[in-house]
Design a protein around this ligand. Structure first.
Ligand code: C2E
Ligand code: CA
Ligand code: CA
Length: 560
C-alpha cells in the first residue's frame, strides 16, 4: 500500500531530504525502513525497475517477496530473522535474484544495517540495493564481456533497430575442433587458448563492435545496421586471424564456424534470436569445418526434426532399440517364383504410431553413427528370425543392409559371428548388402572387411547398382557375390527399347563375371516376365511378389 506518511511526519521529511541526495549520487538504490511504523522509503529508480506501487510503502514485503527467485527465498528470510536477534550487529549483506519489470530475474546485492535507539531497540533499517549485472558482466577467463552482457546488448540492439527501421545481425562463433585440442593437452590449456583466440578475434573487428564470450568455446557478436555481405567479410577475417594465430606453444591450428540470424527479419525476441544463432552454428558445424550459416526458419524446422529424432533414437538404443522394427520383403527365384529369402528393412515407429521411412531416418542414424548400435540389433534380429524361418523352409536366406560406417568398427565382425553362433544359423544363409558403394574411395579397406565375411561363407552384395555414377567401375573394385540392380533400371522397360536392352546387357555382364543378379523394384507381371525370361535374372525382389511386411504377416504369407 502506498501512503502519504511524509505529509505528516517532520522526521520523515528530513529523512526524505537526505534520501534524495543519496539516490542522485549513487548507482545503487538506497532504502530506509522506519521499523516503528514499518514504512519504507524507496528510490524512484528502484520502483521503476521492479514495478512497485510507490516510493513509500508500509507493506513492501507483499510486493517484494513474490518477486524473489523461489530458491533464494530461504536465504532472504533467514537473513532477516538473524539481523534482529538481540546482540547481533544487524548487518544484512546478501545476494539474490529478483524479477524485474520485464519479468526477468536479475541478481542484486542488498547491503543494509539495523539502527538501534539508546535502549537497544531496532528502530531503523537502511542500506543500498545494487544491481549486480555491472559487476557480473566480465568473463573471468578472457576478460571479454560475458553472456549476460550479450543478452542485454541483443535486447538493446533489437529495440534500436526497430526504432530506426534498420537490419542487424546476431552472430555466434564456435571453435570447430576445440574439444579435441582440449583433450590432447593439459588442463588450463583451454583458458590460455580461449584468451588468445578472444584477443585475436577482437583485433579484427571494427572498433565499434564488442566481442562477447559465451558458454564453452563460443563467442558472440551483435551488429547494428549491417548486411549479409558485411557479415561474410568479417567471418572471413575471423577465419584468417585464427589461421594466423597458431597457438605458439601448442603447435595447433584453430578453425571456427558461425551461425548468424538477422533481425528484425528473422525475429525480434532477444532470447529466440540467440537460440536461433546458436542453432545455425550447430547446423554449420554439422556441415563441416569453417562454415558460416545464416538462419532460416525452414532449415531450422528440419534441424529440430533431426535433433528430436536423434534424441528419440538415443533413448531407444538405451532401451534395447525399442521403437525400431524390421520388415521383411520376399526375394523369389526368377525362374520358379519360389520364395528363397527376404531382405530385412528397418522401420521406425514414433510414439503416436506414425511410421517413418528409412529414406528419412537412415541418413540421420549414419550421420550420428547411431547406425552402429542399431546395426548390431538389426543383425541379431534378422539372424534370429532367419533361424526361426528355417523351420518352415530349409536354407531360407536373409539379406541385411550394412552402411559404410558400420564397417569402420571392428565390432561388426564380432557381432555378426556371435549372432550366427548364438542362433546356430549357417553363414551361407546370410547376405550383407553394402548400401552406399558410390561414396567409397578406399576399396582395399572395404574388401578386406568383406573378405573376412566371405571366408566365413557369408555372401556380400552390392546394393543399388545403376544409381549414382560409375557403377560399372564398382564391379571392378568390389569383391562381391551378388549385384542388386536398382529400380531405376527397371522403371521404364515397358516403354523404352533402350532401357530394355540396357537392363538385359547389365544383367548378362554381371553374370558373365560370376555374380548372381537380383533385380529390385519389379511391380508388374510383364516386367517380371521380361526380366526372368528374356534377361535371365537370378532373383527378383519387388512389390509384384510382396511389399516389406512385419514378421507375422510375412510368415502367414509363405506358410500358405
Ligand atoms: P534398399 O536397400 O534398396 O531397399 C529396397 C527399397 O526399395 C525398400 O525401401 C523397399 O521397400 C523398396 N522396394 C522394394 N521393391 C519395390 C517395388 O517394387 N517398388 C517400389 N516402389 N519400391 C520397392 P525401404 O524399405 O523404404 O528402404 C529404403 C532404403 O533404406 C533401403 O534401400 C536401404 O538403403 C535403407 N535401409 C533400410 N533398412 C536398412 C537397414 O536395416 N540398414 C541400413 N543400413 N539401411 C537400410
Ligand atoms: Ca538393400
Ligand atoms: Ca537397393
Amino acid at each position: 500500500m502506498a501512503v502519504d506518511l511524509l505529509a505528516t511526519s517532520e522526521q520523515l521529511q528530513r529523512i526524505k531530504f537526505c534520501f534524495d541526495i543519496l539516490q542522485q549520487t549513487s548507482e545503487g538504490y538506497p532504502f530506509v525502513t522506519d521499523l516503528t511504523t514499518g514504512a519504507v522509503l524507496l528510490s524512484a529508480r528502484m520502483v521503476e525497475e521492479y514495478n512497485l506501487p510507490g516510493t513509500v510503502l508500509v507493506d513492501l514485503d507483499r510486493y517484494w517477496v513474490p518477486l524473489i527467485y523461489p530458491e533464494d527465498l530461504d536465504a532472504y528470510e533467514a537473513s532477516f530473522v538473524h539481523i534482529f536477534e538481540a546482540g547481533n550487529p544487524g548487518v544484512h549483506d546478501i545476494e539474490y535474484r529478483v524479477k524485474n519489470r520485464e519479468g526477468e530475474y536479475t541478481w542484486i546485492h542488498c547491503h543494509g544495517m539495523v539502527g538501534r535507539d539508546d535502549s537497544g531497540n531496532a528502530v531503523i533499517f537502511a542500506g543500498f540495493i545494487t544491481k549486480m549485472d555491472r559487476i557480473l558482466h566480465a568473463d573471468p577467463v578472457t576478460g571479454l564481456l560475458n553472456r549476460f552482457a550479450f543478452d542485454q546488448a541483443v535486447r538493446e540492439g533489437v529495440t534500436a533497430a526497430l526504432a530506426k527501421g534498420e537490419m542487424g545481425a546476431v552472430m555466434i562463433v564456435g571453435l570447430d575442433n576445440f574439444h579435441l585440442l582440449n583433450e590432447a593437452y593439459e588442463t588450463h590449456f583451454d583458458d590460455v587458448a580461449l584468451r588468445q583466440i578472444g584477443q585475436s578475434i577482437r583485433n579484427v573487428l571494427p572498433t565499434h563492435l564488442n566481442l562477447y564470450k559465451l558458454d564453452g568455446n563460443e563467442f558472440g557478436l551483435i551488429w547494428p545496421h549491417t548486411s549479409q555481405e558485411e557479415v561474410e567479410i568479417i567471418f572471413s577475417s575471423i577465419q584468417l586471424c585464427l589461421r594466423e594465430a597458431k597457438e605458439s606453444n601448442y603447435n595447433v591450428f584453430f578453425s571456427a564456424s558461425a551461425g548468424v540470424v538477422f533481425y528484425p527479419d528473422s525475429g525480434t525476441d532477444a532470447l529466440a534470436l540467440q537460440k536461433h544463432a546458436k542453432a545455425a552454428l550447430e547446423m554449420a558445424q554439422q556441415q563441416g569445418r569453417e562454415q558460416l550459416l545464416v538462419f532460416s526458419q525452414q532449415e531450422y524446422k528440419s534441424w529440430l526434426r533431426f535433433i528430436n529424432l536423434q534424441h528419440a533414437f538415443e533413448e531407444s538404443i538405451e532401451k534395447g532399440c525399442k521403437g525400431f522394427r524390421l520388415f521383411f520383403q520376399p526375394q523369389v527365384d526368377a525362374m520358379t517364383k519360389e520364395l528363397i529369402g527376404a531382405e530385412a528393412l528397418l522401420r521406425w515407429q514414433e510414439e503416436d504410431g506414425h511410421v517413418i521411412s528409412p529414406v528419412v531416418f537412415i541418413p540421420i542414424l549414419e550421420r550420428t553413427r547411431l547406425i552402429i548400435p542399431v546395426g548390431r540389433w538389426i543383425v541379431e534380429e534378422a539372424v534370429k528370425v532367419c533361424k526361426k524361418w528355417q523351420e518352415f523352409k530349409t536354407g531360407f536366406q536373409m539379406s541385411v543392409n550394412v552402411s559404410l560406417c558400420q564397417l569402420e568398427t571392428t565390432d561388426l565382425k564380432n557381432y555378426v559371428k556371435e549372432s550366427l553362433e548364438r542362433h546356430e544359423l549357417s553363414p551361407e544363409c546370410l547376405t550383407l548388402e553394402l548400401t552406399e558403394s558410390q561414396e567409397i574411395s578406399n576399396w582395399q579397406f572395404v574388401n578386406e572387411q568383406f573378405d573376412f565375411f566371405r571366408q566365413m561363407g557369408i555372401k556380400v552384395a552390392m546394393d543399388d547398382f545403376g544409381t549414382g555414377y560409375s557403377s560399372l567401375a564398382l564391379l571392378k573394385y568390389f569383391n562381391c557375390d551378388i549385384v542388386k540392380i536398382d529400380k531405376v533400371f527397371v522403371d521404364n522397360i515397358l516403354d523404352s527399347e533402350f532401357d530394355r536392352k540396357l537392363l538385359k546387357h547389365a544383367i548378362k555382364l554381371c553374370q558373365s563375371i560370376g555374380m548372381a543378379v537380383y533385380v529390385e523394384g519389379v511391380e508388374e507381371e510383364p516386367t517380371y516376365e521380361y526380366i526372368s525370361r528374356e534377361c535371365g535374372a537370378d532373383v527378383i525382389q519387388g512389390f509384384y511378389f510382396g511389399r516389406p511386411e512385419p514378421e507375422q504377416i510375412f510368415r502367414e504369407r509363405f506358410q500358405k
